[in-house]
Design a protein around this ligand. Structure first.
Ligand code: AMP
Length: 327
């Protein structure tokens, strides 16, 4: 197979060169992060059965469908190739403490931050890292089977919010078409792995809907104390899982959930937008992410108030700019 795409050629060459490979993704993983690391690991194992390839990071029980993550002895993987997927900043990479890797290579759809590997394939126009991994496998001699294809499909569907978010492009549909056609996955049967949820979670969504505050400038926000998380029998990751369900509210252009995280003595923040760019605000508050989907961490009530005020200003400026464009 002749590899035409230069990024893919360079990544494939690196994978071929190393006998020991570790794949890692960001802390607090979502389906795109988990699916991309496991799909890439399984494809490398399928293509090169003699290589040792591990996917690391903390296991999350609700994602066990995608596959089991590996517990590794760092000594066994000394001088490995480290591939980080779906994460642009080193401090958010999970499971690589004290790992002595020879080279680091990144495949990611977030805007570039501090990870500057020997080779870095960053495409912040891709709807998901799974879209990039799918392209890598389809356009190189790396092998695919039905399980790998199913994982990749779920990562793409999840991170594009069912092809709703603006990062969904004609290329996304082209890649998905090829993925489905070649692997013959029964994709409608996979959706329960993404969308089955407990009645507690549905009721918690009702709580958010009833209590969401909306400012005149179009900011929707809610501070969720840990007592509420406990009362509804959900966890601190649940608001992030639900946040996309609050898209398309006429009065809201940016919305954020600020959830108390007692264990980490901070507040976990998820932010979404369908207009203003929000990752610059997120990065002022120990966060980052995409232009229209970001996260942050806050540590005090004072900081929460400042953060809400800043986001509200972003909405105001966006509204003013939109009005002056019409004029
Ligand atoms: P979430 O709202 O948790 O789904 O996160 C939305 C996006 O922001 C994802 O791409 C995350 O990787 C990114 N993100 C979330 N939290 C942080 C953080 N503290 N620092 C940098 N990026 C983050």
């Amino acid at each position: 197979m002749t590899i035409i795409n230069n990024n893919i050629k360079r990544i494939y060459t690196k994978i071929k060169k190393y006998d020991k490979i570790v794949i890692a993704r960001h802390v607090g993983p979502d389906p795109d992060a988990i699916a991309s690391e496991i799909a890439l690991r399984d494809s490398i194992r399928l293509t090169f059965p003699h290589k040792s390839c591990a996917a690391v990071g903390l296991s999350v029980s609700k994602f066990k469908y995608y596959g089991i993550l590996d517990k590794i002895d760092n000594e066994d993987y000394a001088n490995c190739l480290l591939i980080v997927v779906d994460v642009p900043n080193l401090h958010r990479v999970d499971g690589i403490d004290n790992l002595k890797y020879a080279e680091i290579l990144k495949i990611d759809h977030h805007p570039k931050e501090d990870i500057d590997g020997k080779f870095d394939w960053t495409d912040d126009t891709a709807c998901s890292t799974c879209q990039m991994i799918t392209e890598l496998i389809l356009k190189s001699p790396l092998k695919m089977d039905t399980k790998i294809a199913g994982n990749l499909y779920l990562g793409i569907v999840s991170d594009s919010d069912r092809f709703l978010l603006p990062y969904t492009t004609p290329k996304t549909f082209k890649i998905v078409e090829e993925l489905i056609t070649k692997s013959k996955i029964d994709f409608p049967k996979l959706y329960n792995y993404l969308y089955d949820r407990s009645i507690d979670e549905v009721r918690f969504q009702g709580f958010i809907a009833m209590n969401l505050k909306v400012t005149e400038n179009g900011l929707g926000y809610l501070v969720i104390p840990s007592s509420i998380v406990k009362k509804y029998n959900v966890d601190i990751a649940t608001p992030s899982n639900l946040i996309n369900n609050f898209n398309f509210i006429k009065e809201v252009i940016v919305w954020t959930f600020i959830t108390e995280d007692i264990k980490n003595k901070s507040y976990k923040v998820s932010i979404r937008s369908h207009g203003p760019i929000i990752n610059s605000t997120a990065s002022k508050y120990n966060g980052g992410g995409h232009k229209y989907a970001s996260g942050a961490r806050l540590t005090s009530e004072e900081e929460i108030n400042k953060f809400i005020h800043d986001l509200d200003l972003v909405c105001l400026e966006y509204k003013r700019a939109s009005i002056s464009n019409i004029d």
